[in-house]
Design a protein around this ligand. Structure first.
Ligand SMILES: Nc1ncnc2c1ncn2[C@@H]1O[C@H](COP(=O)(O)OP(=O)(O)OP(=O)(O)O)[C@@H](O)[C@H]1O
Ligand SMILES: N[C@@H](CCO)C(=O)O
Length: 353
């Protein structure tokens, strides 16, 4: 007899301007997994359709989502996947564009491990597992709980800090495909309560226009620019930090107010901590964030880089076509082709039978 269930995880946009590694917004593009148990095969069979189908590994020991599921299972006393498992993924979230595709895959993996192992993990515990893999909380938290979310990584005691910082290669090892079920060492179990979050109000008249360039930019590469410039030297100038904190404090309330105030939000979505350093990777970014304003395009509330880019996120209440058209025109001048979509703020991840 076969049984099946469906996991659905939304896309996310992190940062929203000044909230680097702090805020995330879930958006109405989805990674959907249809999981069936009872179709005879020894290894899980994975199939994909939609975004990334031509590049994603289908080997369950190489695929990010199933590797995360295996990590969760192994931390909870299950040596491997249950037999006779097949997973079909339909993916609407483009890879490496700043719309949280890896965060969605990580959350899908945690939910898959939880369901297959009948673990009944709480949302907080699920977040711990996700944070052992993707170590900035903004995308994974918004993908799990949905909405406009702020999060931080808790200060843990020294032992827990060490446990939460084990190399990623120990959390998600390269499983030798011929090693059967004997993979040696137990995986590092996450300490309790790595991250905390809160959901902010969101005015439902605000939509997110995602303008998506047709090139990929890996988060690792977009963070490496920052690492060189800032993170390793810990040299974010204090005035830039204050600039961002002032704006973030206002933004988290301003996006929930009725009616939304374009002047307040446009200024509150500016950033001096990450976007200036990423402009070398995204031609057109400075022009997009400076030439289009609520005065030139009524309905526009604010513009920022989505996550690590290259997608641009414009928040607006109306006039979506003309805002997207102008951003498309700026990218065209840089010989970059874009696609664009009007997205709603989504609910959190779901598992349904
Ligand atoms: N559904 C998926 N299944 C398996 N692997 C995935 C899936 N989605 C994304 N990935 C992996 O994650 C990589 C993209 O992650 P990356 O962090 O670079 O970008 P992103 O998450 O799309 O953008 P951002 O973090 O800026 O929002 C893909 O190249 C792929 O290896
Ligand atoms: N806060 C992260 C999000 C990546 O999706 C960054 O900007 O690098």
């Amino acid at each position: 007899m076969t049984s099946s269930f469906i996991i659905r995880v939304p896309a996310t946009s992190a940062n929203i301007g000044p909230g680097f590694d702090v805020v995330g917004l879930s958006l109405s593009l989805y990674l959907t997994l249809t999981v069936t148990i009872g179709e005879t095969s020894t290894l899980p069979v994975i199939t994909y359709s939609g975004e990334g189908a031509d590049e994603v590994p289908l080997d369950p020991y190489r695929n990010l989502m199933t590797r995360v599921a295996l990590y969760v299972l192994r931390c909870n006393g299950h040596r491997t996947f249950p037999p006779d498992l097949s997973i079909h993924c339909h993916n609407q979230i483009p890879f490496g564009r700043g719309l949280g595709s890896s965060g969605a895959a990580v959350i899908a993996g945690v939910l898959l491990g939880d369901s297959l192992g009948k673990l009944n993990l709480s949302r907080e515990r699920m977040l711990d597992y996700a944070l052992m893999v993707e170590r900035h909380p903004d995308n994974v938290t918004a993908a799990l709980v949905g909405g406009f979310v702020g999060s931080y990584l808790r200060e843990l005691d020294p032992q827990a800090t060490e446990a939460a910082q084990v190399p990623l290669s120990e959390v998600l090892p390269e499983y030798p495909s011929d090693a059967g079920e004997d993979w040696g060492l137990s995986p590092p179990v996450p300490p309790l309560g790595i991250g905390h979050y809160v959901r902010f109000k969101w005015n439902s008249s605000i939509k997110a226009v995602a303008i998506i360039p047709r090139f990929e930019l890996s988060t690792a590469k977009a963070r490496a620019v920052l690492a060189r410039e800032l993170l390793e030297e810990r040299s974010v100038p204090l005035p830039s930090q204050v600039f961002n904190m002032q704006r973030l404090a206002v933004l988290t309330t301003a996006l929930g107010q009725t009616p939304p105030d374009p002047e307040l939000i446009f200024e509150a979505m500016k950033d001096r901590v990450h976007q200036p350093y990423r402009k070398t990777l995204i031609p057109g970014l400075p022009a997009v964030t400076s030439l289009i304003t609520p005065a030139s395009h009524p309905g526009l509330l604010g513009i920022c880089l989505s996550g690590a880019g290259p997608t641009i996120l414009a928040l607006a209440t109306h006039n979506f076509d003309s805002i997207a058209g102008k951003i498309q025109e700026i990218f065209q001048q840089e010989q970059i082709t874009v696609d664009w979509k009007i997205l709603e703020v989504a609910g959190g991840s779901t598992v349904d039978s």
